[in-house]
Design a protein around this ligand. Structure first.
Ligand SMILES: C[S@@+](CC[C@H](N)C(=O)[O-])C[C@H]1O[C@@H](n2cnc3c(N)ncnc32)[C@H](O)[C@@H]1O
Length: 209
């Protein structure tokens, strides 16, 4: 799957089925990513490879359940010498005292099982690792949204039945509510059936870019 992910999922399915081109998600990265960045569920590392960091020498940590994902993403961005950590975003993150300017979770939440309230454990688990003013951001495919059409609804139903997705009850209002309960400057946008979100740690000013 990793071998075809970039063109099949990011290139075709995101644009034509979910109706959020990867260029839109890349622009979201470019607007949010910081010099010390933690990426949860980096996949193939396409966004980390293409995005513009605010420094030529960013410090990047990758965290994922999968060894294969971490090896693929780390190889792709080896020029940045990323730190890799195996981990489950539902558990406290094994990152010691590391603190980040930004935490990305692109196309992650819809893969996780449970309600949005349960998935918000991810927000709680990253909070100890946010510097004052740090940003968290990402995107996720909505399960319940009036922009679903026959094609997107059929694919999303199939992926939920196979447990590849766990988003059948995910609504944009609930994502906004969980972010607003924890963070400042919550911004939510929609492209097709994809929710793009960002928020800032409530303590302190945003780190300088
Ligand atoms: C759909 S991919 C998104 C990849 C990448 N962020 C992107 O936008 O192209 C979801 C990623 O989340 C990881 N993942 C899924 N469940 C996870 C969990 N509970 N903890 C950590 N990583 C998880 C998967 O291994 C995969 O790398």
């Amino acid at each position: 799957m990793l071998a075809v992910y970039d063109w099949l999922v990011l290139g075709l399915v995101c644009r034509w089925v979910w109706r959020c081109p990867r260029s839109t998600m890349l622009a979201h990265y470019n607007a949010q990513v910081g010099a010390r960045h933690l990426d949860l569920g980096p996949g193939t590392g396409w966004f980390l490879d293409k995005c513009r960091f605010p420094t030529a020498t960013p410090s990047i940590t990758l965290l994922d359940l999968s060894d294969a994902v971490l090896a693929t993403a780390a190889k792709r961005i080896e020029r940045y010498r990323p730190v890799v950590r195996i981990g489950d975003v539902f558990e406290p993150l094994d990152l010691g005292a590391a603190q980040f300017d930004s935490v990305g979770m692109n196309l992650l939440l819809h893969c996780l099982p449970g309600s949005i309230r349960e998935k918000a454990a991810v927000f709680d688990n990253v909070t100890p690792h946010l510097r004052a003013g740090a940003r968290i951001f990402g995107s996720t495919i909505l399960g319940i949204d009036d922009r679903h059409n026959a094609v997107s609804a059929a694919l999303q139903g199939r992926l939920n039945r196979r447990n590849s997705f766990g988003n059948s009850a995910d609504r944009i209002e609930d994502i906004a509510g969980e972010l607003e309960a924890r963070f400042a400057e919550v911004r939510i946008a929609r492209s097709g059936v994809v929710c793009l979100f960002s928020a800032r740690h409530p303590r302190g000013a945003a780190p300088a870019h």
